[in-house]
Design a binder for this molecule. Structure first.
Ligand code: B12
Ligand code: SF4
Length: 442
């Protein structure tokens, strides 16, 4: 079951559950689905689904904990509590939690939701094993089962079964489908949860499998817009090139977007990405000042960002730069310096995040404890943000400055140039792909 009802920046197709469904079917289990994203009456939807399916196990995919957007921070835990309560109301099935959000803090979710089991990490092998055991009445002792990402190669042989979810509706309201070419991220940015979720080692699929999967989707559904959900697509560069080569070879009339890292944006890769259908790329650069790039352990400098930006522009790939205001040590003056550099770069779109959501077991949690007196052990489901004191004091004037001088910049936490009404309007107008690309046309 996918309880996710978040509509920003778009409703996101439940790719993780599609992988799980495929793995379960491969093992001979009967699988049905319930997606609450577009349901008006959650109680009724759960009742009907449970009555029809009579499940032995309900797997709940907890993708998001919160919207990581300060100050309009939304936490989804009360919604999840309600969903678990409703499942319990209608069935005695075993409830198993999984998903990216759950993986970041499985213990806290188990405490809050009182489910039967949690699978932290990739579910393909571990969840199937758990379901098999439960079927044989072998009751596992551990309530939280951790999948070892580094050892799980199994997933590369699985093609996600998207047929259990409403592809048409996601295309209409979310403007794209999603696909994954590899898992893992070896970088050590001090706040980031991605390596906790996917592991630090890259584990790649074969480029031919990826291209064939896309070809099948296009053939069977007519969907032509995609998001490649890899933590970073353009690194390692040679692998990204091989993916592009496979797509170019199949001559698919598709367009796609992805996350990237500046050092991976070589001239040759950009040329191939463009030919393979890439229209845009998002860089989580966080800052344009070397001192803060170092603090955040980004592993590159301003020069590298500038080069990546120029390469994208040269090849006609729209690029969006994400930066934080309020990184450790930042002041109102350095925030201004960041804005000046953003202006000078002329990126197609800039996304400004106020503060950084602190996740447990990260270096940022240690810094927050040391500098701001936030007890790192208290960081859990309820979102807490790191905002440097220098920026916190000046936040209102910084936001006013952006509104006045940079009318096209997006500030998710302040709902500037992004909100549900605008999202729905653009999709209703038939716009597909990343919506921030639209901003560049206004
Ligand atoms: C790509 C991505 C996006 C793209 C998605 C594009 C698209 N059309 O698909 C965009 C940019 C739109 C996006 C938006 C958001 N995202 Co995002 N996103 C990701 C990212 C990088 C990958 C997600 C993904 O598809 N993974 C691939 C699939 C196959 O993996 P999976 O879903 O995790 O599933 C596996 C396991 O989790 C597990 N599993 C999943 N379900 C279940 C169920 C059971 C029962 C079991 C046992 C196991 C299991 O098994 C699966 C297969 O191995 C993750 C970070 C990461 N590296 O995981 C963040 C992440 C999921 N996003 C996050 C957030 C917060 C958001 C936003 C709320 C941010 C915002 N305000 O805009 C929105 C929400 C959008 C929405 N409607 O839900 C957070 C969620 C945790 C949290 N902090 O709350 C993450 C973890 C990043 C982070 N900051 O830590 N996102
Ligand atoms: S911010 Fe990007 S590059 Fe850094 S650890 Fe996270 S996913 Fe990897």
């Amino acid at each position: 079951m996918s309880p996710n009802r978040e509509r920003l920046p778009d409703p996101v197709f439940p790719l993780g559950l599609s992988y799980i469904a495929s793995a379960l079917k491969r093992d001979g289990h009967d699988v049905t689905s319930l997606d609450l994203c577009f349901e008006d009456n959650i109680d009724e939807a759960i009742r009907l689904s449970v009555e029809r399916a009579m499940p032995g196990v309900v797997g709940l995919s907890l993708r998001n904990i919160d919207n990581v957007s300060y100050p309009r921070s939304i936490c989804y835990i009360d919604h999840y509590k309600n969903v678990v309560k409703l499942i319990r109301k209608y069935t005695d099935a075993v409830i198993v939690l999984g998903g990216a959000g759950l993986t970041i803090m499985p213990g806290a979710f188990m405490d809050a939701l009182n489910a039967d089991y949690a699978v932290a990490g990739e579910g393909e092998s571990v969840f199937c094993k758990l379901v098999g055991n439960l079927e044989q009445r072998v009751i596992p002792e551990e309530k939280i089962i951790k999948a070892d990402a580094a050892q799980s190669r199994d997933w590369t042989e699985i093609i996600p079964d998207r047929s259990l979810f409403d592809i048409e509706k996601y295309y209409e309201h979310g403007g794209m489908l999603n696909i994954q070419t590899k898992r893992g991220c070896p970088f050590r940015c001090i706040y980031c949860s991605y390596p906790l979720i996917e592991g630090r080692k890259f584990r790649m699929r074969t480029p031919a499998d990826v291209a064939d999967e896309l070809k099948e989707i296009v053939k069977n559904t007519g969907v032509r817009h995609f998001f490649i959900v890899d933590s970073i697509f353009n690194y390692p560069v040679e692998f990204a090139e091989r993916i592009c080569d496979a797509l170019i070879e199949r001559n698919l009339d598709i367009s796609w977007t992805c996350y990237g890292t500046p050092p991976g944006m070589t001239d040759r890769l950009a040329e191939k990405m463009k030919r393979a259908g890439c229209t845009s790329i998002e860089f989580g650069i966080d800052s344009l000042i070397d001192e803060y790039l170092d603090v955040l352990k980004k592993g590159y400098n301003y020069q590298s960002i500038r080069q990546a930006s120029e390469i994208c522009t040269k090849h006609g790939i729209k690029h969006c730069l994400f930066i934080f205001v309020g990184a450790p040590g930042e002041t109102a003056d350095t925030a201004k310096m960041n804005f000046d550099r953003l202006d000078a770069l002329g990126a197609d779109v800039s996304m400004i995040m106020a503060g950084i959501r602190i996740f447990p077991n990260t270096v940022l949690a240690d810094i927050a404890q040391e500098e701001l007196g936030i007890d790192k052990h208290s960081i859990s489901i309820k979102p807490v943000y790191y905002i440097s004191p220098g920026v916190m004091k000046a936040m209102d004037s910084i936001v006013e400055d952006i509104k006045k001088n940079h009318p096209k910049w997006i500030l998710p936490g302040f709902e500037i140039n992004i909100d549900e009404r605008l999202q729905a309007l653009l999709r209703k107008a038939g716009i597909r792909g990343s919506l921030w690309e639209e901003l560049t046309k206004r």
